[in-house]
Design a protein around this ligand. Structure first.
Ligand SMILES: CC(C)(COP(=O)(O)OP(=O)(O)OC[C@H]1O[C@@H](n2cnc3c(N)ncnc32)[C@H](O)[C@@H]1OP(=O)(O)O)[C@@H](O)C(=O)NCCC(=O)NCCS
Length: 160
């Protein structure tokens, strides 16, 4: 049995505090071989109405993960999703993405898309559980190591 936390134990909210951006950058560095930089996040945050970033906090208010996305017309483009390595497997990622889809619906999106490395089993399981399915492949899209990107879509995100 997995040691999980109840969904209600996680708090999901928009990124607002500068200190939280520092935590995001640490998690980003620990999670991706080509991490986004502070400048990239700051530029994203300037793009009001299109670019959004939500964090997930644990019961002591600590940021343990984040998800950044765009809302483009009726589509949600999920750019980044990561949870701190020590906090993975406890439901934070699932709860965060679930809330992001709800927020996307409130923002007027009807469907959602993202790209994932073919070998990223943890992420693929999470996405499949939340209704995403493979719609295409970008051959050798990623570097370090070179790997295909799977393009996933979830239709009708208003449907829980
Ligand atoms: C993907 C990620 C955000 C998931 O966050 P999380 O908080 O661990 O997610 P959850 O605990 O809600 O659920 C993870 C799911 O993956 C499974 N999982 C966890 N670790 C796994 C592993 N090493 N291999 C396979 N599955 C794994 C869990 O069992 C769970 O699935 P289940 O509930 O069906 O059993 C996190 O693993 C992460 O930050 N990875 C690195 C960054 C990344 O790859 N982001 C996605 C880029 S597209």
């Amino acid at each position: 049995m997995r040691l999980g936390m109840d969904r209600s134990s996680w708090v999901i909210e928009p990124l607002t505090l500068p200190a939280d951006l520092e935590t995001i950058l640490e998690i980003e560095l620990a999670s991706f071989v080509n991490p986004w930089t502070r400048e990239m996040y700051l530029a994203e945050l300037e793009n009001h109405g299109v670019s959004f970033c939500y964090v997930v906090r644990d019961s002591s208010q600590q940021v343990v993960g984040y998800c950044s996305f765009w809302r483009v017309l009726d589509e949600l483009h999920i750019n980044n999703l990561a949870v701190a390595p020590s906090q993975r497997g406890r439901g934070a990622g699932t709860t965060l993405l679930h809330e992001v889809l709800r927020e996307g619906t409130r923002l007027g999106a009807r469907r959602a898309t993202l790209e994932v490395r073919r070998s990223n089993e943890a992420a693929r399981r999470l996405y499949e559980r939340l209704g995403f399915s493979v719609a295409g492949v970008r051959q050798a899209y990623y570097t370090h190591p070179v790997e295909d990107a799977l393009i996933l879509w979830r239709e009708d995100i208003s449907h829980d």
